[in-house]
Design a protein around this ligand. Structure first.
Ligand code: SF4
Ligand code: SF4
Ligand code: SF4
Length: 891
């Protein structure tokens, strides 16, 4: 430790600290423009200069290290004079339009001029030199206000990892070249707004739909409601409206956001929000009161239960609503209805993760925290378009690569991360098992396995070793359509690293052999001993904000909350005692079974909360038939494609209108907080469910989500030690068994949770979708940055809609030429399930045999996908491999 004195106060700080850090410890504020603790100090603004006793020159506090006995003055006469001079110079080049500037009240220049009594510049006023650039849909740049602190440039390059913004020109003409000034399509800018968030003046500002002054707003700390990264953010609220979003320093986002988190919040205030219940009368949805809607629902539930039994009712819970609401949905279906027919859209994304990792490791969740990837020596990203689907997670991967870590990417499409990779394997869709087996073959051949770990903590090694002998790099190269040498290199990079992390997502899971895909990745980690350590692990990135929580809460047909089996008599006894009702021990229907059951007439009533299967589920025609045949209740924030088919529609609250918790992909349980009231008569999902349960005779009253959470932790061992009070500041990753337990950032420390890691020999089998001459091409689907899931929320943002207004199919130039298809032309893509007309986007991101369609749009990709053939373990459909043909319209 080093002891020094600042303004007469003694302070001790770790060796190597800066004066700025030492002053911070004493609560002394040294002004800064360019400083950001996350960036390499660059000392360009000089406003942080301080006087160090014995030194002839003033020193920049942000970059000067302390030494023993140092004496510092932060507001001496000479310091203040120089600061005034700096401010004077800045003002000479800065418009004095504080009366109308949107940054007023939050401008560091304004604050410091006030602090040092600088009213105008000695050197005269500023001349307007630059036109405002408003070509980005989300923010504008007024370079007349730029003070050249450089924060935007360094945040974009060092943290966001995009390098889209830079200094341009020299001398008095120096300014920040804004990324869109050459046109939207030519910029690498991803509109994350992280540059906007750090700009200390009004030079980079969000385009706001609402007029507001910062001092008129209050901030509410919450969790992003888009992807599973779980970024922390502050909602800016004025007059019961969310008018802006600022990033917060959360454990998973470190003050960063992506375009959706930062800018796509218009859905909250959108005029199309559902504001009251609707009931179908004479074929039309008409407004009703809550009581009328509850009466219709309870009458129908009682009728179906009486005539067809509880198994004729199913409920879809939601990856978008809170843990408390998912818990209540499963309690409603299990405790009140009396069946286990509760599931949610994890069935379509990570059911195979839950099944695969629970089988091999004993816990079906991400093993390591998000930012831990920066500690890996090698990162294997497979089946995850991370920069688009989990943008903030991708910033850490890019940073790791910049620091010299090795990256392997396997994906049928060339994604942004491919260009960062040491080895990029453009594998054929559906060949991941072969690739993992091939990599294992090379690892074992080269003696790169961790024999000690294998002997101490795994079982099934000999069988696995025998199986992978068949997967020579030559054979695997044939299967995957990549070079043999690339497989060898990828295997060596992964096998030689002392810490290697596997990151995967739906490119692995959404297959009819999704569970085996997951198991084959688990084999790689176990054989190399990459579990239970920092920078290692098997890390599934969960897609939606609370898909992890929805699984944890037992919104699955085979388990209660905490993955407690519905077939276990002890578990049944526990829940029966707690809830005071009789429970079924028969595993219920999955999403992929409930819809066909509705079509057959076996499920007579379907209650869907916050899901939109008409867009997200495979084989839309069959989904529609099923939904139309059953009595359908939909609870949502907009009249979605699914809600439009409902018999009763219940208006729900957004994340900004309620309290509760989400669990992010790294198992961290985090708070969301009510910032505004819901429009009209819309209510929080938990309240609707509770009122309905009360109407059906279950008298339990919860006075708020915290009371539901208390019940959850009483019944769910992984959540037992988590309380609202403990997660007030930062979330806690489960398992957290007691209130004095800090939570578990890294799973399987010491040994795998199941005791020994199970090495499962899995064979590669070609998808039955392929090999048919009538449908010779492979369609694969996925997410894009500028939309989210079924677009219910994201498309309400004008900027998002402007950039990604419609569906398209990516098609290779060779295939386009063969078919005579031009870029932008409408073409027909058909599968065994149906046909769609869609815009062609010609790109060599995909190979000649592969097509890609983002699944976000209705009457799009999922008209074509197969909902019938399912993974044998978890019943996930094979959304990533569909046999299709492609034709020019009229040919
Ligand atoms: S919006 Fe994001 S990507 Fe674009 S310039 Fe700013 S920091 Fe860079
Ligand atoms: S635009 Fe803002 S953040 Fe960027 S250099 Fe100028 S003042 Fe600094
Ligand atoms: S990365 Fe995910 S959680 Fe973070 S702001 Fe973007 S959408 Fe929200």
């Amino acid at each position: 430790m080093t002891t020094l004195t600042i303004n007469g106060f003694e302070v001790q700080v770790p060796e190597g600290s800066t004066i700025l850090q030492a002053a911070g410890k004493l609560g002394i504020t040294i002004p800064t423009f360019c400083h950001d603790p996350r960036l390499v100090p660059h000392g360009s603004c000089r406003i942080c200069i301080v006087e160090v006793a014995g030194s002839k020159n003033l020193s920049a506090a942000c970059s000067t290290p302390v030494y023993e006995g140092m004496v510092v003055y932060t507001e001496s006469k000479s310091v203040v004079e120089v600061r005034k001079e700096i401010l004077d110079l800045l003002l000479s080049n800065h418009p004095l339009d504080c009366l109308t500037c949107e940054k007023a009240g939050r401008c560091t220049l304004q604050d410091l001029c006030y602090r040092y009594d600088v009213k105008e510049s000695f050197y005269g006023g500023a001349i307007k030199k630059f036109e405002t650039d408003d070509s980005n849909p989300f923010y504008y740049s007024d370079q007349n206000k730029c003070i050249l602190c450089g924060k935007c440039v360094y945040v974009c390059s060092q943290l966001q990892g995009t390098n889209a913004i830079s200094f341009a020109e020299r001398g008095f003409e120096t300014h920040i070249a804004t990324p869109f000034d050459k046109g939207l399509e030519h910029s690498t800018c991803v509109s994350c707004g992280n540059c906007v968030s750090v700009c200390p003046v009004g030079a980079l500002m969000p385009k706001s739909k609402e007029k507001f002054r910062y001092w008129e707003t209050r901030t509410v700390r919450t969790t992003c409601s888009y992807c599973g990264v779980g970024c922390q953010m502050d909602l800016l609220v004025k007059n019961n409206k969310v008018v802006g979003v600022d990033p917060a320093m959360g454990p998973s986002n470190e003050g960063l956001l992506c375009v959706k988190g930062k800018f796509a919040f218009n859905f909250i205030n959108h005029p199309d929000r559902l504001k009251g219940p609707l009931i179908r009368k004479n074929g039309k949805l008409v407004e009703s009161t809550w009581q009328e809607a509850y009466d219709v629902i309870t009458e129908k539930i009682n009728e179906v239960k009486k005539n067809h039994g509880p198994k004729a009712i199913a409920g879809f819970s939601s990856a978008r609503v809170t843990n408390e609401e998912n818990y209540l949905m499963m309690k409603f279906i299990r405790g009140i209805i009396g069946s286990n027919n509760v599931d949610h859209c994890a069935r379509l994304c990570h059911a195979s993760t839950v099944a695969g990792l629970a089988t091999t490791l004993g816990s079906g969740a991400m093993t390591n925290p998000i930012r831990d990837v920066m500690k890996a020596d090698a990162i294997f990203v497979t089946g995850s378009n991370t920069t688009e689907a989990h943008p903030v997670m991708a910033t850490y991967i890019k940073r790791a690569v910049k620091e010299g870590k090795r990256l392997i990417v396997a994906d049928p499409r060339e994604i942004e991360l491919s260009s960062y990779a040491d080895v990029y394997l453009k594998i054929k869709p559906g060949t991941s098992v072969a690739l993992s087996n091939g990599m294992l073959h090379v690892i074992l051949e080269a003696g790169l396995e961790d024999q000690d770990y294998i002997m101490a903590y795994t079982e099934g090694y000999e069988e696995l070793k025998e199986l992978v002998k068949e997967y020579t790099p030559e054979r695997v190269a044939q299967i995957c359509g990549v070079k043999e040498e690339a497989i060898r290199r990828a295997a060596r990079i992964y096998g030689e690293a002392s810490r290697a992390s596997i990151i995967y997502s739906m490119g692995i899971t959404q297959h009819v052999n999704g569970t085996e895909n997951v198991m084959s990745l688990s084999n790689l980690a176990l054989v190399t001993g990459n579990l239970g350590i920092e920078g290692g692990g098997v890390n599934p990135l969960r897609g939606q904000n609370n898909v992890q929580g929805a699984c944890d809460m037992g919104a699955l047909p085979n388990v209660f909350s905490g993955y407690q089996q519905v077939t276990n008599p002890g578990v049944i006894d526990k829940f029966e005692a707690a809830w005071g009702c009789k429970l079924s021990d028969e595993v219920g229907l999955t999403v992929t079974e409930a819809i066909p059951a509705a079509e057959r007439g076996d499920v007579r009533l379907l209650y869907i909360m916050g899901e939109n299967p008409m867009v997200s589920d495979p084989d839309t025609k069959h989904v529609e038939k099923g939904l139309k045949k059953t009595f359908l209740i939909v609870q949502d924030i907009f009249l979605t494609e699914t809600a439009a088919l409902a018999d009763v529609v219940l208006p729900a609250a957004t994340f900004a209108e309620k309290d509760g918790t989400f669990t992010n992909t790294e198992r961290r349980v985090q708070r969301i907080r009510k910032a505004v009231d819901s429009p009209g008569e819309a209510k929080a999902d938990w309240l609707i469910l509770m009122e309905l349960m009360n109407q059906l005779g279950y008298g339990k009253i919860y006075n708020g989500p915290e009371e539901i959470f208390e019940e959850i932790r009483m019944l769910t061992p992984q959540y037992a030690g988590i309380t609202y009070d403990r997660i007030r500041e930062a979330g806690i990753p489960w398992p957290c068994p007691s209130e004095d337990h800090p939570g578990t950032p890294i799973l399987h420390r010491g040994k795998p949770a199941r005791g020994t890691g199970l090495l499962k020999p899995v064979k590669w089998i070609e998808s039955m979708e392929l090999g048919d001459e009538k449908y010779p091409y492979v369609l694969t689907t996925g997410r894009i940055l500028y939309q989210y899931h079924t677009r219910t929320m994201s498309d309400k943002s004008e900027g998002i809609h402007q950039i990604a207004p419609q569906a398209y199919v990516e098609i290779n130039p060779e295939l386009a030429e063969l078919k005579g298809i031009a870029d932008g032309e409408l073409i027909q893509v058909s599968s065994r399930r149906g046909a769609i007309i869609i815009k062609a986007k010609i790109t060599d991101k995909v190979d000649e045999k592969v097509l890609f369609i983002p699944f976000h749009w209705a009457n799009g990709a999922n008209v074509l996908t197969n909902g019938e053939t399912l993974d044998q373990y978890c019943k996930i459909p094979g959304l990533k491999v569909t046999g299709v043909k492609v034709e020019k319209i009229g040919s």
